[in-house]
Design a protein around this ligand. Structure first.
Ligand SMILES: Cc1cc2nc3c(=O)[nH]c(=O)nc-3n(C[C@H](O)[C@H](O)[C@H](O)COP(=O)(O)OP(=O)(O)OC[C@H]3O[C@@H](n4cnc5c(N)ncnc54)[C@H](O)[C@@H]3O)c2cc1C
Length: 503
């Protein structure tokens, strides 16, 4: 495969199920019944689930693949553009990454850019955006750290430029100038001129589905009998209620999601050879209901955002405090809100698996699994003054009459001349990062976790930077699927197209 087929529109019927197969005429997916045998079922239609669907469709020859999403649309939870920071984290401006981690992440992060190159320009421009970016150091200590970092990182990231104060003023006047004068503090930045650095992960999810459907249609000859045609089924508005192992297969119970228009109206079942669950924090809930992943607890960390008028031209990150487990705030133009700069995210411990869904409090209680090990990790966090103060400050950030003033003090590190009138709370923005606690090791896990429950069943929990890693994690799961199901796999096509190798 060398060039991506033209994007195809998802075709859905009134039940919320959509099918891609050969020929031009849309086909209705049959209602899921006991006897259906699917090769792979992906649970969750965020950026991680749809990335896997895309790779399955484009690089394997599997005949029956499907995706189930609880809501009527893809990517309404953490992958929605309003709910995350819209950044491709490739390690150059993330000062909490070591060089080794940065190099690892860079390779995975660049997969999004390579994927975008497969798209026609209109589709590409909906998904990824070129902006300048920088990480800003303020004060002697941070400037020394950043200067040393530049020496070590720049040989591996040739686009990096070291920016002194007057150069920062040229790139981002609002950062270096205060009332028309250069700021008095010492400033230094590592900058990267225009590069693909911003993503609408919601649009990217839609694009993955369209490209998956196009790949299925392109791979199937029109004259093939329907039983031999490759198929991709999409179940929207449908919740996976239960997964039961049955020999080497899995029986998956689906139910229409209350309040959603999709679903067939009745609970139904699918028989599946391989299941990958990419359901965010709900992956852990589903795993634990089956008796897997009991060694984990979940600490949901919500992030809120604030808007100002158009103050920044690109992404401005700040130097990370080593003691704080969550990234320092940044500011950048919002890809979905023209003319606005977005600042954040904050980091609020929130007892919910899904933001703005109070009912998910009960699900949080189920995955918290409070015991001595969890208390011990919470105690380790609270003992450190920087973390304790940070947690308390983030609670205050949520108090309507106080939050703008408190956040203003932090945001002025980036834009010193920002005024309270310019700052507004971004209502309804911000998702929840499902940070896991490893109870056996009694520590907070900052990255993602993949719970390999049994052969053919995996549960992925992907806090930040899960959007950046979506294609890389999908590749990991794809390799396991290929090995287990023994299907055809165009590995060199994937390496060429998504890693830019063997050009
Ligand atoms: C404040 C914040 C800022 C972030 N910033 C960045 C960033 O700049 N860069 C980055 O790379 N990452 C960032 N992230 C992380 C990123 O948003 C997530 O890692 C990513 O969106 C995870 O994608 P996902 O598909 O795993 O999960 P989600 O997008 O949450 O999708 C999971 C899907 O599963 C569905 N689902 C759940 N249960 C079921 C069920 N039983 N049946 C069927 N479907 C189900 C849900 O409805 C949902 O659509 C940020 C996250 C937050 C909260």
């Amino acid at each position: 495969m060398s060039a991506a087929p033209e994007a195809a529109n998802p075709r859905s019927d009134s039940t919320g199920q959509a099918t891609a197969s050969s020929g031009d005429s849309p086909k209705t997916a049959p209602a899921p019944i006991d006897t259906e045998l699917l090769d792979v079922l992906v649970v969750g239609g965020g950026v991680c689930g749809t990335a896997l669907l895309f790779e399955l469709a484009r690089y394997t020859d599997l005949g029956r693949i499907a995706l189930v999403e609880r809501y009527d649309q893809l990517a309404l939870v953490n992958s929605k553009a309003t709910n995350n920071s819209q950044t491709i984290h490739c390690g150059d401006i993330e000062t909490n990454y070591t060089l080794e981690k940065a190099l690892r992440v860079k390779r995975t992060a660049e997969m999004i850019v390579h994927y975008a190159e497969l798209l026609d320009s209109a589709s590409r421009e909906r998904c990824v955006f070129r902006t300048p970016k920088m990480v800003l150091a303020v004060g002697d200590k941070e400037c020394a750290v950043l200067r040393e970092r530049f020496e070590r990182f720049s040989p591996h990231f040739p686009a990096m430029e070291l920016l002194e104060k007057h150069q920062i003023a040229e790139w981002e006047p609002a950062v270096a100038l205060d009332r028309g004068q250069l700021r008095s503090e010492q400033l230094l930045a590592i900058g990267i001129r225009r590069t693909y650095t911003a993503v609408d992960y919601g649009q990217l999810s839609e694009s993955f589905l369209q490209q998956a459907q196009a790949a299925i249609s392109a791979a199937t000859a029109v004259e093939q009998p329907p039983s031999e045609q490759r198929r991709l089924d999409l179940y929207l508005g449908t919740t996976v209620e239960r997964i039961q192992p049955e020999g080497e297969l899995f029986r998956v119970t689906l139910a229409p999601t209350p309040g959603c228009k999709g679903g067939s109206g009745q609970p139904s079942q699918l028989l599946v050879r391989h299941v990958v669950v990419n359901a965010g924090a709900h992956s852990l809930l589903m795993a634990q209901r089956m008796g897997f992943g009991l060694e984990y607890s979940c600490l949901p960390v919500a992030g809120s955002f604030y808007f100002t008028p158009d103050l920044l031209r690109g992404k401005v990150y700040t130097v990370q405090n080593d003691k704080l487990p969550f990234a320092a705030i940044h500011g950048d133009p919002d890809v979905g809100a023209a003319g606005k700069t977005r600042f954040g995210p904050t980091a609020l411990l929130l007892p919910m698996l899904e933001r703005y869904k109070p009912a998910s409090f009960w699900q949080f209680l189920q995955v918290l699994r409070l015991d001595r090990a969890v208390f011990s990790v919470l105690w380790q966090l609270f003992r450190i003054a920087d973390i304790r103060n940070y947690i308390l400050k983030n609670i205050l950030f949520e108090l309507p009459w106080l939050r703008r003033w408190l956040f203003l003090a932090d945001a002025r590190k980036i834009v010193p001349g920002m005024t309270i009138e310019q700052l507004s709370f971004a209502e309804g923005y911000g998702g929840v990062r499902p940070q896991l606690i490893d109870k056996r090791q009694r520590k907070l896990i900052l990255g993602e976790a993949s719970i390999e429950a049994m052969p053919g069943l995996v549960f992925n929990v992907t806090p930040s930077p899960g959007g950046t890693c979506c294609l890389g994690n999908a590749h990991r799961d794809l390799e396991a699927i290929v090995k287990r199901l023994g299907c055809g796999f165009d590995r060199s096509g994937l390496e060429r197209e998504l890693y830019g190798e063997n050009e």
